[in-house]
Design a protein around this ligand. Sequence first.
Ligand SMILES: Nc1ncnc2c1ncn2[C@@H]1O[C@H](COP(=O)(O)OP(=O)(O)O)[C@@H](O)[C@H]1O
Ligand SMILES: [Mg+2]
Length: 261
Amino acid sequence: MSEAGAEAGPGPGARPEPEPSLATVGLIKAFGGVTALDSATVTFHHGKVNALIGPNGSGKTTFFNCVTGMIRADAGRITYRGRDITGKPPHRIARAGIGRSFQLCRVFPRMTVLDNLLAAVRPSGLAGQLAGAGKREETERARSWLARMGIEHLERAEARQLSWGQQKLLELAGVLMSEPELVLLDEPAGGVNPALIDRICELVRELNAEGRTFLIVEHNMDLVMSLSDHVVVFDRGRPIAQGPPSVIQSDERVLGAYLGV
Ligand SMILES: Nc1ncnc2c1ncn2[C@@H]1O[C@H](COP(=O)(O)OP(=O)(O)O)[C@@H](O)[C@H]1O
Ligand SMILES: [Mg+2]
């Protein structure tokens, strides 16, 4: 290698730049007089566990709703791995490799656990019946996700019979049925008992080690700080700090946003 070449490359101790995953530039969303996202410019890292934290009402769920195409931002640009996905409908964003769970957990309460997973990937009505040919393969995949979640023994139960934490695991299994590369989780530990929180953390670690990127909105700070590589803090619709957990924990702006100091 020539000397010039050696100088141009990163030094032996230098960290490679993280590859961008989901990123936004100047994202704005207002509801009447309330500005939920106030020109939010933020980048999450590919292949990592990212966290988005912030006080209640700081725009985290609205951010998820905008980037998954459920609501349209008023302005700004959204990219995923460098591709522009601004204004794309939810099914296109799902097809691009982004899956999400909901803060208030979305499962079909009167459907069985197994059918919930099949419904997550199969269109309803005639198209669903025509797609019935792939049913056995899908059923096997659904069973293997349930086993992964540790709820395979509940496959015939109606979803409403499950505990809240088990319903969260079921919803996560449903998200994973579409094999997303990037998984957005909105408060996965909210209202969940400590044993299942541990299970959820373990799953996130395993799935991340297998190559999936995560973006997690969560209030449980122990979970956020132990699980994530990169943390973004929102306050009033915009990021006020971004960095590794160790830096975020001692950031004065973050303490101020949370504690009002
Ligand atoms: N559909 C909506 N209609 C009106 N206001 C909304 C709507 N969704 C969110 N908001 C408002 O936007 C702000 C941000 O909300 P949200 O994104 O849910 O925050 P977070 O998830 O961080 O708690 C809040 O003031 C909330 O009341
Ligand atoms: Mg929320």
